[in-house]
Unconditional design. Structure first.
Length: 674
C-alpha cells in the first residue's frame, strides 16, 4: 500500500490557486460518485493491484519474499514431521524450483467447490489453506492462507507438481490464472510431496532478479532453524558472478541447530566471555517449544535474531521480550545469591549490549504484525518463553560459579558505566589559541599532534616534580596521582564517579570511557604508567592497569598503554655508572659489568621522587635509551584474563587468599606471577 503515497516524498510547492467556494465544488477526475464507481476485486486481482499489501512492495527484497513464502510451506511440512528433505534450485531466466518430500497438497475435489480441486482452490483463492484449524499442522509459518496464492498471482509462470498416493499430478498457471487443468501425469512409486517452479512477473518486479547469495543464506538459515530437515541447494553456475563465494551445490543439514548457526556467525575467534549457552525446551502448558543460543561477548557487535515457526522476526516481538526478561531476572537473582548489591541496577540494555543471541519458538496460532510477519505480537509468548528459559539460565549460572561471577561483574560494569555516562564530561585538547583549565595537576606538553606525544602517570607530587624536570617539554606530559588510586574492580559506581583522581585522569586523556570511548580523541600517542621499582610501585601499577582494563579496554587493544621500567639501583665504580632493575639484576651486573676486586658503590633509589632528574631522564624517560613494556590483552586469553582480574582485584578477598595459598609453597613474594 506504500505506492499510494509514493509522491509524498517528492512534493514541491506550486502556484497557489484561489480556493473553491462552497458554491463552486472542486472538480472530480472520476465524474459522478455513484454505485458504478464501486469496484469489487475478485480472486487474485487485489494482489496484482496492490502487491505491497502482501509482500511489502515490488523491490528486490519483496521479490525474495516470494521464495520465503513457498519455502515456508515446505518447512511447515518438515516441522510437522512429514518431510525430511527440501530441494531449492535456481535456474536461468529467473526460474526457481522448490521441492519437498512431504504429504503433497491435496488434489481431490474441494467440498465447497466440487468442480475444482483443493490444489486449485489453494493457489487461486486468498485465505484458503490447511493451517487455520490446527488439525493438519500443530505449528506453522503460513497462517493466513495467502502465501502460495500470492506467489501464484505475481508470477508469469507457475508450475506445480504433486505426488500423492504414488500418483503424480501437474498443473500450470500464469499470473494466477490456470493455463491447464489438473492433469494426472502417471505413476510415481518412488516420489511424494510438492514441487513448485515459478518465475516472477516482470510486469510487477521489473528487471529485479533472484540473487544466488541471498537465496543460499535463506536456505542456510532455514536449515539451522530445524534440525530434522536437509535442504539441498543447487544453482546454475552461470548465475554466480565473479567474486561471489556462493556454492553451486550444497547439502545443508545442521544437527546442532541454533548453536551451530551462532557459532558459524561468530567465527572461531569470537571474544567470548563464557562458553555458548544453547538448548531447547518445551514451552509450559503444551504451548510449543523454544530453542536458543546465546553468546556473551567481551567486545564486538551485539545481535539478536529471532524466529517464530521458522519465520524471521527482524523487528522482534513478545518472544524476544520473554528472553530479555529471563536474562535480567537471572542475573539479578544470581547477584542476590552472591551478595552483589549492584546487580539490582542491571537492565536489559546492559545485557543485550554484550550478547549475540538467536531465539526460535514454535507456537500455535501466532499473531504477527502484518502479512510480512516481521514482528510477533502474541501476548502469551512473552511469559511462555520467560518461564522456559528462566530456570535453565539459573542452572547454567549455578553450574559454573566462577564463570557466572565474571559474567555478572561484566554486566554490572556496563550498568555502572551507563549511569556514569549521564554525569561524564569530556575536555577537548587545548590549542595554542585556547587556554583551558588543566585537569588535576597535569603539566601538559606543547606539541599538539597527539601521535607525537606521551603522558606519564606518576605517583605523588615528589615523583611528579622529578618527572617534570626530566621530561621533554615539547612531547612529554606529566600527571601526578595521589598514591594508590581507587581499585575500580571492587568499588561501587558511586565511588568511581566521585573519585577526583580518576576523573582528572579521564579528563586529561580526553577520549572518554566505556561506550563513549573514542580513540581518535585520545590526546596522547602513548599513555605510560611510571611507578617506583618496588612492591608498592607494582601495586599502584596494577591498580592503574585494572582501571584501564575495566574502563578503557580499547586503549589497551590499540596498543597505547605502556609500563615504564625505572631502575631500582645505581651501580658506580669510578667514572662508570650502570643501573640495575632489581636484586638479581644488581648481582649479575656487579659480576659482569665492573672490574673484579674493585669496590662498587650501590645506591638504592627510594622512589622516583628521590631519583635525580638526570638519572630519571637517562634511564626511564629518554626515548633513545629507555625500555617500555607494552600492556596487551591477548584475544585468545580474554576469559582467563577477566577471571584473573576479578579474582585478584575484585570484591571477594577469599579469591585472592586462595590464589596466594596455591602459590605460597612454590614462589617467593618477589617472584609471584600475577
Amino acid at each position: 500500500m506504500s505506492d499510494l503515497f509514493s509522491s509524498a516524498g517528492s512534493f514541491s510547492p506550486k502556484k497557489t490557486e484561489p480556493s473553491a467556494s462552497p458554491s463552486q465544488p472542486l472538480a472530480s477526475p472520476g465524474g459522478n460518485y455513484d454505485a458504478s464507481a464501486i469496484e469489487v476485486l475478485e480472486g487474485l486481482e487485489p494482489v496484482r493491484r496492490r502487491p505491497g499489501m502482501y509482500i511489502g512492495g515490488t523491490d528486490e527484497t519483496s521479490l525474495h519474499h516470494l521464495v520465503a513464502e513457498v519455502l515456508d510451506n515446505s518447512m511447515d511440512e518438515a516441522v510437522a514431521g512429514h518431510a525430511t528433505t527440501i530441494d531449492v534450485t535456481l535456474e536461468r531466466d529467473n526460474w526457481l524450483t522448490i521441492r519437498d518430500n512431504g504429504r503433497g497438497i491435496p488434489v481431490d475435489a474441494h467440498p465447497r467447490f466440487p468442480d475444482r480441486s483443493a490444489l486449485e482452490v489453494i493457489l487461486t483463492t486468498l485465505h484458503a489453506g490447511g493451517k487455520f484449524s490446527g488439525k493438519s499442522y500443530a505449528t506453522s509459518g503460513g497462517l493466513h492462507g495467502v502465501g502460495s496464492s500470492v506467489v501464484n498471482a505475481l508470477t508469469s509462470g507457475f508450475e506445480v507438481e504433486v505426488a500423492r498416493d504414488r500418483v503424480l499430478w501437474r498443473q500450470t498457471y500464469a499470473r494466477g490464472i490456470p493455463q491447464t487443468p489438473l492433469e494426472k501425469v502417471g505413476a510415481a512409486p518412488n516420489r511424494r510431496g510438492t514441487q513448485i517452479r515459478f518465475r516472477p512477473d516482470p510486469e510487477i518486479f521489473g528487471s529485479h532478479a533472484f540473487q544466488p547469495a541471498r537465496l543460499y543464506r535463506l536456505c542456510r538459515s532455514k536449515a539451522f532453524l530445524f534440525r530434522g530437515v536437509t535442504i539441498r541447494w543447487a544453482c546454475d553456475p552461470a548465475l554466480i558472478k565473479a567474486g561471489d563465494t556462493t556454492p553451486v551445490e550444497a547439502v545443508l543439514h545442521f544437527p546442532g541447530g541454533l548453536a551451530d548457526s551462532l557459532s558459524d556467525e561468530l567465527g572461531p575467534n569470537a571474544p567470548l566471555l563464557a562458553p555458548l549457552w544453547a538448548g531447547e525446551a518445551a514451552l509450559p502448558d503444551d504451548g510449543g517449544r523454544v530453542e536458543w543460543a546465546i553468546a556473551f561477548l567481551e567486545s564486538g557487535t551485539s545481535s539478536f535474531l529471532s524466529f517464530c515457526n521458522t519465520i524471521p522476526t527482524p523487528q522482534g516481538g513478545t518472544h524476544e521480550a520473554g528472553c530479555r526478561t529471563a536474562l535480567v531476572k537471572g542475573f539479578r537473582v544470581w547477584g542476590e545469591q552472591r551478595s552483589n548489591k549492584r546487580a539490582s541496577i542491571v537492565t536489559a540494555e546492559d545485557i543485550l549490549g554484550v550478547v549475540a543471541a538467536q531465539l526460535s519458538v514454535f507456537i500455535r496460532d501466532p499473531q504477527f504484525q502484518g502479512q510480512t510477519k516481521e514482528k510477533l505480537t502474541s501476548a502469551g509468548a512473552s511469559k511462555l518463553v520467560e518461564t522456559a528459559l528462566r530456570d535453565r539460565f539459573d542452572h547454567w549460572l549455578s553450574a559454573n560459579p566462577t564463570q557466572a561471577d565474571s559474567l555478572l561483574a561484566f554486566v554490572v560494569e556496563r550498568a555502572e558505566d551507563r549511569l556514569r555516562r549521564r554525569e561524564q564530561k569530556e575536555t577537548p585538547r587545548k590549542s595554542a589559541t585556547r587556554r583551558l583549565r588543566l585537569p588535576g595537576k597535569l603539566t601538559d606538553c606543547t606539541r599538539e599532534r597527539a601521535e607525537e606525544t606521551e603522558i606519564f602517570l606518576v605517583e605523588g607530587d615528589s615523583a611528579g616534580g622529578s618527572a617534570k624536570q626530566a621530561r621533554n617539554r615539547e612531547t612529554q606530559a606529566v600527571l601526578p596521582l595521589r598514591g594508590k588510586i581507587l581499585n575500580v574492580a571492587s568499588a561501587s559506581a558511586e565511588k568511581l564517579r566521585g573519585n577526583q583522581e580518576l576523573s582528572d585522569l579521564v579528563e586529561a586523556l580526553g577520549c572518554g570511557v566505556g561506550d563513549r570511548f573514542e580513540l581518535t580523541k585520545l590526546r596522547y600517542g602513548r599513555v605510560i604508567i611510571m611507578t617506583d621499582a618496588d612492591v608498592d610501585g607494582a601495586h599502584i601499577a596494577s591498580l592503574l592497569m585494572t582501571f584501564f582494563y575495566r574502563e578503557l579496554p580499547e586503549l589497551i587493544r590499540a596498543g597505547r598503554l605502556y609500563l615504564a621500567q625505572p631502575p631500582l639501583y645505581r651501580l658506580t665504580q669510578g667514572a662508570k655508572t650502570i643501573y640495575a632493575m632489581d636484586d638479581a639484576d644488581r648481582e649479575r651486573k656487579i659480576r659482569s659489568g665492573f672490574k673484579a676486586n674493585a669496590k662498587v658503590e650501590v645506591s638504592r633509589f627510594k622512589g622516583l621522587g628521590e631519583m635525580p632528574p638526570k638519572d630519571l631522564k637517562e634511564t626511564t624517560m629518554d626515548p633513545s635509551r629507555r625500555t617500555l613494556l607494552r600492556v596487551v590483552a591477548r584475544p585468545e586469553d580474554r576469559m582467563e584474563t577477566r577471571e584473573r582480574v576479578e579474582s585478584l582485584m575484585g570484591r571477594k578477598p577469599e579469591l585472592r587468599f586462595a590464589f596466594i595459598q596455591e602459590r605460597a609453597q612454590s614462589q617467593s613474594v618477589d617472584t609471584l606471577d600475577i
